[in-house]
Design a protein around this ligand. Structure first.
Ligand SMILES: *Cc1c(COP(=O)(O)O)cnc(C)c1O
Length: 380
């Protein structure tokens, strides 16, 4: 495949891979857990055992590295396996900074397991750069973690500015780019060192695979430790899931484009709705993150938005109960539109406002999605 091809072309053709033996245009699925040792006692294939890697990973990892302009990618059993590996590659005693508003399960892991394990974890509003700067402990802070746009309020953090702040203190910047996807944002080009994806979401895109990925800017010592940790902890992806992920990524560009258009149309439509207090979406000119989002996102603002329903928690849960086209379910980034009352999912201690519904726009006709929300909200 030509070096000048657009990323969309690389994704659609899975980098033009053709099987050398059969000339098949779809790569085979390798289920082997072990590989032959050469008679002279060497492993020239570079492969020994299926907990370290699998030939089926190669294609998905190569596509991901290319889409993110990274040096290399690694797939994991889940987004959480990928994210926690990025932290466990550090040593107890190291200091990390992460957002107050972020993916709930990872926030829980950071304030629970990671602290017990010995990481010094500070949570700040990373969109406020002065707060981020003040949290840095030069020489001690090893990793700054940001998520943008961030669950479930879609607060936008300036990646280039965060990278400068992290690097000035001798730390790496990692970006959970699950919601932005490589279609809309390329964190490594903006100065980040590491990108994390829950590939369960847009990358696979069909709500039928749990997977995660890390992409690195450089194949350095830190990255070598991440690779070792994946093999040691065994948080590996099944080969069939890796194969499905590669198939899902072929349609990543048109899916993300359609979801972002739908989300923009829904956000604009609901902004003036009498039953809605506020629409949270970085694509709206009124959104506090809009200016930064315009700078660091290209081609759209993503398929995720939240609405704060007038009348509080009861009104929000009541509206969720009435949807028919939207599916009441957690997760995001699939072909079907999902809606959920986030505070109910997160439970006690959740920073999610009780009147907030999180919406993942899918690929249905946007007219059906808007009409369904209209009837669920009522009051026109
Ligand atoms: C889903 C999600 C994760 C966790 O990924 P899993 O694949 O569910 O383990 C992390 N970050 C974000 C933004 C997510 O949406």
């Amino acid at each position: 495949m030509s070096d000048t091809a657009h990323k969309q072309t690389l994704a659609a053709q899975a980098m033009g891979f053709v099987d050398a033996e059969s000339k098949a245009i779809v790569p085979p699925l390798h289920t082997a857990t072990t590989f032959i040792r050469d008679p002279d006692n060497q492993y020239r294939s570079g492969r020994v055992y299926g907990r370290a890697d699998n030939p089926t990973y190669d294609h998905a990892e190569a596509v991901l590295a290319a889409l993110e302009d990274g040096a290399e990618a690694l797939v994991f059993a889940s987004g959480m396996a990928a994210a926690t590996a990025a932290f466990q590659t550090l040593a107890p005693g190291d200091h990390v900074v992460a957002p107050k508003v972020m993916y709930w399960a990872l926030r829980n892991w950071l304030t629970g397991f990671a602290r017990q394990w010995g990481l010094a974890v500070d949570l700040v509003d990373t969109d406020r750069l002065d707060e981020l700067r003040a949290a840095m402990r030069p020489g001690k802070t090893r990793l700054v973690w940001i998520e943008t746009p961030a669950n479930p309020t879609w607060v936008v953090t300036d990646i280039a500015a965060a990278a400068e702040i992290a690097h000035a203190a001798g730390a790496r910047l990692a970006v959970d780019s699950t919601v932005a996807t490589p279609v809309l944002t390329r964190p490594l080009a903006l100065g980040a060192d590491l990108v994390m994806h829950s590939a369960t979401k847009y990358l696979n895109g069909h709500s039928d695979v749990v997977a995660g990925a890390l992409v690195t800017r450089a194949k350095d010592e830190y990255w070598a430790r991440v690779r070792t940790l994946r093999a040691q902890l065994g948080g590996i992806l099944g080969p069939f899931e890796a194969w499905l992920l590669l198939r899902g990524m072929r349609t990543l560009y048109p899916r993300v484009d359609a979801a972002a258009r739908a989300a923009m149309a829904i956000a604009a439509h609901l902004e003036k709705h009498p039953r809605i207090e506020r629409v949270l979406y970085p694509g709206l000119a009124s959104d506090p993150g809009h200016a930064v989002a315009r700078r660091q996102m290209q081609g759209g603002f993503g398929g995720m938005l939240s609405i704060r329903v007038r009348g509080g928690e009861g009104a929000a849960v009541g509206a969720a109960a009435r949807v028919k086209v939207w599916k009441r379910a957690t997760s995001l980034g699939g072909v079907e539109s999902l809606l959920e009352h986030r505070a109910s999912v997160e439970g006690a201690g959740s920073p999610a406002p009780p009147d907030l519904l999180r919406l993942s726009a899918g690929l249905e006709h946007v007219g059906d999605l808007v009409a369904d929300l209209e009837q669920a909200l009522g009051g026109r």
